[in-house]
Design a protein around this ligand. Sequence first.
Ligand code: CP3
Length: 354
Amino acid sequence: MTPLKNDTFLRALLKEPTDYTPIWMMRQAGRYLPEYRATRAKAGSFMGLCTSPDFATEVTLQPLERFPLDAAILFSDILTVPDAMGLGLYFAEGEGPKFERPLRDEAAIRALAVPHIEDKLQYVIDAVASIRKALDGRVPLIGFSGSPFTLACYMIEGGSSADFRHVKAMLYSRPELLHHILDVNARAVIEYLNAQIAAGAQAVQIFDTWGGALTQPAYREFSLAYMQQIVAGLTRQADGRKVPVIVFTKGGGQWLEDIAAIGADAVGLDWTTDIGQARARVGDQVALQGNFDPNALFGSPESIECEAARILAAYGQGSGHVFNLGHGISQFADPAHAGALVEAVHRLSRPYHA
Ligand code: CP3
């Protein structure tokens, strides 16, 4: 494999010295980019993009052609895993992701099984290998999956939800059924992420988008415990380098100490937590990733620079900060504003690494 030309992102995740603070953006390949929309039209659909390693490679590289980002992220979706379990993923125009067969009855839940990666998810693994080749050592490639709980939310609700009514009904009245789903999901995620790492992913992120909707004890029992199981089951070394693991619970700022203790290398923060206070709370245990409000990209380039400066100052001196958005970039964001953010972070962060 070609040696990495820019390993700033990997070094920051391991709290090793860097020249500046690295940045990538959650959902950096997506609808806010006209070139993404053009490739998506060629592919016919979002799943058409995901299932073709050539298209997935093309769109993964698009944001890197525009901006000097410090990492690439595999173009795919967290919902490919439940799709591989037979739930039938589809995207209804303007409605987001849906499942044809949501998990509601006990028989279907008991029949749920870890999918065979080579049969059902080989297209993702092929995409990882293809992207790694196309990157040619430019920046590291991040692999990812959803957390067992976040996957379960979509599997049980059958799509996005405002109240997680079905998930919470199961959590409070039939917790053993939810635990069964979470156990299958956790084992599937371990195999899936290890296959991504074997194919060339150089860091992995677990997206726990909905863990923050739980009570504190429920978060520990139904989300965090399974992420801990995953972290313990992952390949942590590949090609003679550590493969850092990032755990991101949206709305998890209040449980930071708990999250920092599960053995991951870095914790992702949404924008509601002060990153300086977060750093004081976790100490040297983990690196931190975040936490620019994605909707601050709707401000002027001057206000974007101001916000970037505020976050860099709050984190303060030294390594261990990967700059990112606190959640995915909006489809309505102006690409020029995203570019202004990347430029500002690179320029303004240098004094913190002197
Ligand atoms: O970051 C990247 O550039 C990599 C690609 C990526 C996508 N989805 C592509 C995508 C990643 C890392 C994800 C993760 C994902 N998917 C999460 C976790 C992160 C988060 O945002 O909380 C979740 C919850 C999903 C599920 C999902 N997929 C939803 C809710 C939607 C529809 C809403 C939306 O924002 O578009 C998707 C579709 C999706 N996944 C799109 C993209 C680029 C848009 C599809 C399109 O082109 O129409």
